[in-house]
Design a protein around this ligand. Structure first.
Ligand code: DX5
Ligand code: ZN
Length: 228
């Protein structure tokens, strides 16, 4: 019981992924996210190579950055993340998350991101084992567990990933690391609490919030209420 009480008092962040935004109304949706209780923005960059889809890149990031006061994570689903560290840092990204599957020398990638004055995230795809990132957990600011195959918004949460969340959460807690544990993909009102109870501390949601019938501001509030 005590454990459950501790868990339910644990702090968490809500992050809104812009991938499912209606780009015709992007400006007003950004304002709604700014005015909501969300903690940060999540900006998905895809290259059509590491993942099958192509999403947004630097020019869009540069145009929207001045509209946003909250921190922005760039989630780099690209084959060569190192090539883009400097440009996204210059454009005002706060947290640069790369995929472990893409980096030839993850320690060097992490060093380069840190030297560029951004926080560092490392992400793993659903089928990538934890062993690939185990040594990096204590030196990054965030581990981002993909709970869908990266590439598209609006997919179904892979329930099997709850075990992965629990395992990484245990490593973080046992080591007393300050590393955040983020989950990305298919996070909706009906599963956000289970991801949180498994140990996720940052809940990233795109379609779950942007397509909320009550609008973005209420969509974020509903997510928060579900967790508490
Ligand atoms: C998927 C992206 C996610 C996506 C989440 O490759 O990394 O950030 O936007 O969208 P939902 O919440 O709709 O699954
Ligand atoms: Zn993402």
């Amino acid at each position: 019981m005590a454990k459950i009480n501790n868990i339910s008092k644990k702090k968490f962040k809500i992050s809104v992924s812009l991938l499912s935004a209606n780009f015709y109304n992007l400006c007003s949706q950004i304002k709604d996210i700014e005015n909501s209780k969300a903690d940060e923005f999540h900006f998905d960059v895809m290259d059509g190579h590491f993942v099958p889809n192509i999403s947004m890149g630097l020019p869009i990031f540069e145009s929207i950055r001045p509209l946003i006061k909250k921190p922005i994570e760039v989630h780099m689903m690209v084959t060569n993340p190192d090539n883009h560290i400097k440009s996204f840092s210059n454009a005002g990204a706060n947290l640069f998350t790369f995929h472990i599957e893409t980096s030839k020398n993850p320690t060097l990638t992490i060093e380069t991101i840190k030297k560029s004055n951004m926080l560092v995230g490392v992400s793993i795809k659903p089928n990538t084992p934890i062993t690939k990132i185990i040594d990096l957990i204590k030196i990054v600011d965030r581990v981002l567990i993909m709970t869908v195959e990266p590439g598209f918004g609006g997919q179904k949460f892979i329930t099997d990933m709850l075990k992965k969340i629990e395992s990484i959460s245990k490593i973080i807690n046992d080591g007393k690391y300050s590393t955040e544990l983020a989950v990305d993909g298919g996070i909706k009102l009906d599963n956000v609490k289970s991801a949180y109870l498994a140990g996720a501390t940052t809940l990233i949601s795109g379609s779950g919030i942007l397509n909320s019938e009550k609008g973005i501001i209420h969509g974020v509030e509903d997510m928060i209420t579900k967790i508490k």
